[in-house]
Design a binder for this molecule. Structure first.
Ligand SMILES: C[S@@+](CC[C@H](N)C(=O)[O-])C[C@H]1O[C@@H](n2cnc3c(N)ncnc32)[C@H](O)[C@@H]1O
Length: 266
């Protein structure tokens, strides 16, 4: 199956902001409910240890991503072993960022203004992560995201639960029905959320459309290798592979890169 780069509705600048926020809220709630990214915690911890990091800069955070479930499984490498996570996005969902921050007892903070993943401000330092979002980018932008991390000498971890496979596309029909089950429990409570789910089901339909497009856009390992081969990053360690989520049985693809640790001199 060839990679096809169609548009996702919720990422378009013209897409209504309140609806985009409700889409990313739904995504965040589903990912945390299923603990979908829990299997990547050991990989992330190894990367944090290898880079002696205590900070994560999460890019394309949407409604907060999987951090509420993931952060208690990780620790930093500072004296207090406390890990700080900074949520960022080109279109920050500030309501969701505030809720995630409040629920995390201040392990999770957020950047209130737009952060473009292809050009992260140099003052934001820490191991960079991207969940369910690398497929948003065309190969040139995907390369720019990795090169920007390399130029800043920061590690980066890309994690994708979508896959370019007919079975993954078929799952999207079930996935789009999920909001019908748990929308009344999504916080903050909004009547517009119920309206756009049950009365005029825009949210399930956008989730279905964007979910299918996401699968068709997701990079395969060989394509990721080709992107990495074009980087100017001689002193970087790269690894990629898959972890299976025990809750959904879905494979999570990952790509991790970080500067090779310097040998200790005596
Ligand atoms: C599918 S959502 C991923 C949400 C989140 N990571 C999660 O796991 O729930 C993709 C996010 O990427 C953001 N985005 C799109 N283009 C971006 C860019 N160039 N830089 C930063 N964020 C971007 C969108 O605003 C959206 O919130």
């Amino acid at each position: 199956m060839r990679r096809i780069h169609l548009i996702e509705l919720h990422e378009q600048p013209w897409f209504p902001r309140f609806l985009r926020d409700q889409i990313t809220d739904t995504l965040q709630n589903a990912m945390n409910f299923f603990g979908a990214y829990a299997p990547v915690a050991p990989l992330l911890q190894t990367s944090l240890d290898a880079t002696r990091n205590s900070s994560i800069i999460d890019m394309c955070s949407g409604g907060g991503g999987p951090w509420l479930k993931l952060s208690p499984r990780l620790h930093g490498n500072g004296p207090a072993a406390c890990l700080q996570i900074l949520l960022t996005d080109k279109y920050p969902n500030l309501g969701a960022f505030r809720s995630a921050s409040a629920a995390s007892q201040s392990h999770i903070a957020f950047h209130a203004t737009a952060v473009d993943a292809t050009n992260v401000p140099p003052e934001l330092r820490g191991f960079r992560t991207m969940f369910t979002s690398f497929h948003h980018f065309q190969p040139a932008e995907a390369r720019a995201i990795l090169q920007n991390a390399v130029d800043a000498n920061q590690g980066i971890g890309i994690f994708e639960i979508t896959r370019r496979a007919p079975s993954a596309i078929a799952w999207m029909f079930l996935w789009a029905l999920l909001p019908l089950l748990f929308t009344p429990w999504i916080r903050p409570f909004r009547w517009s959320r119920l309206f756009c789910t049950y009365f005029l089901p825009v949210i399930p339909l956008v989730l279905l459309f964007d979910g299918i497009v996401s699968c068709l856009r997701t990079y395969r390992p060989q394509e990721l290798r080709e992107i990495i081969a074009q980087l100017t990053a001689t002193e970087y360690h790269w690894e990629m592979g898959e972890r299976i989520s025990p809750s959904s049985r879905a494979p999570i693809a990952y790509l991790i890169g970080y500067p090779r640790p310097k040998p200790l001199t005596s």
